[in-house]
Structures are given as C-alpha cells and as structure tokens.
Ligand binder design. Structure first.
Ligand code: FE2
Length: 127
C-alpha cells in the first residue's frame, strides 16, 4: 500500500525546507462553492501554492486525478518536459456537469519521484 501525503501535513511542518517539499506537490481543487444541477462547470486542479514543481526527465508530475468521494471523475497524464523542463505549477481544468446531489471533490497527483499526494476536500453544493 503506497503512502498518501495529505494537505493537513503542511500546517504541522515548521521547517521551511519541508514546507517547500510538501507545498510543491500538493494538489488544490479550485471551483465554485455552489453550482446548479445539470450545469456544466469548471474544476481547476493546481499543483503547489507557493512553490513550483520540477519538470525534468526523471522528476515530474505524471498524473492528476479528480474524484467525487469514491468515484474517479477524470484524470490527466503528463509527459516529462511538457512545461519546457522548467519548474511549474502543473494545472488542468476539468469541465464536468453537476449531478443531482452535492459533491465532495478531491484531487490526487503523482510525482514520479515522490509518490502520491491528496488534496483537501472541496465541498460543492448542488442547488
Ligand atoms: Fe517531486
């Protein structure tokens, strides 16, 4: 079973070096707090808040997934070098349609060197 790094771990860490490491891997789910049933809306997933992640042949973000509770909604795979081999905030916009009930979105990302990372939950109310 792989270890899953979670957003909560960042706040507990006081060493700057460790904060850098945690921040540059952490996915963030960015979207409206409330959407209309049946409406198409955009969910952005962005990796890192302050610190960009490397985009090197042997070290890059290889996968970003969007989940609604236990259901995988969508995923995107990246080839190393897609951001010009420069550190970047990997990000993608997923366009999804709001279901009949409210959602609890989260994102997972995979770093080819540092494993599996999970965002904080993002509740979305469907009205
Ligand atoms: Fe990494």
């Amino acid at each position: 079973m792989p270890r899953v790094f979670q957003a909560l771990d960042i706040d507990k860490e006081e060493k700057e070096l460790k904060r850098d490491y945690l921040d540059r891997h952490m996915p963030h789910v960015i979207c409206a707090d409330e959407v209309n049933r049946g409406e198409r809306f955009v969910v952005k997933v962005r990796i890192g808040d302050e610190y960009p992640h490397p985009d090197e042949y042997d070290h890059s973000i290889s996968l970003i997934q969007l989940w609604n509770r236990e259901t995988l909604l969508a995923e995107a795979r990246y080839t190393p070098g897609v951001y010009g081999n420069l550190p970047a905030h990997f990000e993608i916009d997923f366009h999804i349609v709001a279901p009949d009930v409210s959602m609890n979105l989260s994102a997972m990302s995979v770093c080819s060197k540092h494993g599996l990372w999970q965002s904080e939950d993002k509740p979305v109310k469907v009205v």
